[in-house]
Design a protein around this ligand. Structure first.
Ligand SMILES: Cc1ncc(COP(=O)(O)O)c(C=O)c1O
Length: 396
């Protein structure tokens, strides 16, 4: 079957699509910008966005930036570590996590992930903690990393702990928002995130010195006097971006709830398939479900499902490609990361976005069921059949 594909994404069902406010609401905010002519330099909209986020997250200090990538790079810079420090990072993450370390002249030390949560494995991190100057862990797909174990490890090693919370605006751990843990947490507001300003980023921290350094760093290294106190760069969030971010943020709870509804339906239906498992999310945690991943037992099944979905015009992604295997980072690869490598061979992220319809979701499930049953022939007799260690049970 050749599916009709809309011109915008090239797919009948894209993997993600940003929720955009009615244009009139955006235009109304821009009217103020047009009359003040204040386009950037932390004007009223950027300040409002920071205040709104600070209050929502319960963060002590909250500063905006031009992107998550820049905010991560500046967050690492703000730690003020000696050159060539060893920083523990996952390989199963987006490239920015690793770039932030290397751009600052440090050395990423790749740590394997937990096979169920897909987040940095705190035991693997502990094994490599000697000589490490910091930890930078990602909340993968918005599911909080093991915040407690990593915090303990950082405390024992007396090193800072950063979180790449790019996917985590709206995530929670023990009733506290992501954004209140570690030395600092960094969010992305890019177009693929549940909250978006088209491009943008945020840092949340309780450390006044770190916040102050970040304030300088995101503005070329100076404040009003044009005297650089740090080697900064232009990391400013423009008013045009802040306007969109404000409207998007105002409905974060709705965004998370809609994604949860879709995820619950995916898990209920696909969780009965023999070959399919999901990322495990601790009961005390809330994920934004920035992405929804299927974890297959066999790479061959993943490949077949991927091909079947592509054939129907349904977009998927193999998030994340292991960084330690990429040309730019290979020189930092000190050891194999078996869980990361095995996960990448079997994972597939399928469409999840707020305006996805139940009919679209059902179609996606149907295609997956057909493709899986091509090899598995049938469904599990019960959930117990898929309760192997790497397969997390569907959420209740
Ligand atoms: C885990 C992670 N970190 C950092 C980033 C970079 O954020 P941005 O695109 O806002 O620069 C992304 C972007 O998708 C990401 O997925």
């Amino acid at each position: 079957m050749t599916a009709r594909r809309p011109a915008d994404s090239g797919y009948l069902i894209p993997i993600t699509r940003p929720w955009l406010p009615p244009f009139s609401e955006y235009a109304r905010l821009l009217e103020g910008v047009w009359s003040s002519k204040m386009l950037s330099n932390f004007g009223p909209l950027a300040v409002r966005l920071e205040n709104q986020s600070q209050e929502y997250l319960g963060a002590r200090y909250l500063l905006s930036a031009s992107s998550g990538d820049v905010a991560l790079t500046l967050a690492v810079k703000a730690l003020g570590l000696p050159a060539n420090s060893r920083i523990l990072v996952p390989s199963f993450t987006f490239n920015s996590t690793v770039n932030a370390v290397i751009w600052n002249g440090h050395r990423p030390v790749f740590v394997d992930i937990d096979p169920e949560t897909l987040n940095m494995d705190p035991r693997a991190a502990a094994d490599q903690a000697e000589g490490a100057a910091a930890i930078l862990a990602t909340h993968v797909f918005g599911s909080p990393a093991d915040v407690d174990a990593l915090s303990l490890l950082a405390l024992q090693a007396d090193i800072p702990l950063l979180f790449d919370a790019a996917h985590g605006y709206g995530s929670m751990h023990t009733r506290r928002h992501v954004g209140t843990f570690g030395s600092a947490e960094v969010f992305s507001l890019s177009g693929t995130k549940p909250v978006t300003s088209a491009e943008g980023g945020l840092i949340a921290t309780s450390d006044p010195e770190l916040a102050n350094r970040f304030r300088y760093l995101r503005a070329y290294g100076f404040q009003n006097d044009y005297v650089s106190h740090y080697v900064g760069l232009n990391g400013k969030l423009s008013e045009l971006h802040a306007a969109l971010g404000l409207l998007s943020m105002a409905r974060i709870e709705e965004a998370v709830a809609t994604r949860h509804r879709h995820v619950a339906a995916y898990r209920a239906r696909l969780g009965t398939l023999l070959d399919v498992g999901f990322q495990k999310i601790a009961t005390r945690d809330r994920s934004t479900n920035k992405d929804f991943a299927l974890l297959f037992r066999a790479a061959s099944t993943r490949n077949r499902v991927e091909a079947a979905l592509a054939d129907r015009g349904i977009q998927t992604k193999r998030y994340f490609r292991p960084c330690h295997e990429m040309p730019a980072y290979r020189e930092y690869s000190e050891r194999p990361l078996p869980v990361t490598e095995s996960t990448y061979a079997r994972i597939l992220c399928i469409p999840l976005f707020e305006e996805m319809t139940d009919i679209q979701r059902d179609l996606i499930c149907m295609v997956i069921e057909e493709a899986v049953s091509g090899s598995v022939r049938g469904r599990a007799r019960g959930r117990g059949a898929v309760a192997a260690a790497v397969f997390a049970p569907p959420a209740a």
